[in-house]
Design a binder for this molecule. Structure first.
Ligand SMILES: Cc1cc2nc3c(=O)[nH]c(=O)nc-3n(C[C@H](O)[C@H](O)[C@H](O)COP(=O)(O)O)c2cc1C
Length: 185
């Protein structure tokens, strides 16, 4: 299953990017995770969407053949970062690349609550009629105090966290499989 990962932090030492890379490597037998960059996207502007800039066309082209999405976000001021919201706004227009696609979400933060408020907003956004993502219900990957759970190479070292993520990924693989079989009957 081809999964596009969108990561809400663009800083070079991002824990969220490290978490995504960890998941890409760990689950490579079940999921073909491709991390799609959102750093250089133009700001969403309705005036230019019919002739979108190359950054947007390139971004959307990379998502045209994916089966599913993983959205990984830090928490910025109790919500998702603007850079991620901008990317999602582009995906709610034109081809609507996330529409009907099985999607799961994750986040890491150095704070205690582990992106819980950001993920609540993210879920709301992904459920907007313009987005139409099929978000895995009842499961969330919240890694709080991530600086204590990851080594300097970006490998998670906290076994409880790893076991938990393994469980969510298993659930997502089943969920996405059910969505595919529904789509083909
Ligand atoms: C502008 C800004 C706002 C933040 N707001 C929150 C917040 O509301 N809640 C929280 O737990 N952490 C907050 N943080 C801390 C980030 O979640 C933390 O720095 C996290 O590691 C960023 O993710 P990254 O490592 O992937 O870049 C904020 C950080 C920044 C830069």
């Amino acid at each position: 299953m081809k999964v596009a990962a969108l990561v809400g932090s663009i800083r070079k030492d991002s824990y969220n990017m490290k978490l995504t890379t960890f998941m890409k490597d760990r689950y490579k037998d079940h999921l073909d995770i491709k991390i799609v960059q959102i750093r250089d996207l133009a700001h969403y502007d309705q005036d230019i969407e019919s002739e979108a800039p190359a950054s947007v066309q390139n971004f959307k082209a990379q998502l045209s053949d994916v089966d599913a999405f993983l959205v990984v976000t830090p928490e910025f001021n109790h919500s998702i970062p603007g850079v991620l919201k901008n990317a999602l706004d582009w995906l709610s227009r034109g081809e609507k690349e996330m529409e009907g696609k099985p999607t799961f979400i994750a986040g890491a933060t150095m704070g205690i609550l582990g992106t819980v408020r950001a993920q609540m907003h993210l879920r709301q956004i992904l459920n907007a009629p313009g987005m139409g993502a099929q978000v895995l219900p009842g499961n969330e990957i919240l890694v709080g105090q991530v600086q204590n759970k990851m080594d300097e190479y970006g490998q998670l070292t906290d076994q409880k966290t790893i076991d938990f993520i393994d469980g969510v990924v298993d659930t997502f693989v089943s969920y996405a499989g059910e969505k595919f079989s529904q789509a083909t009957v």
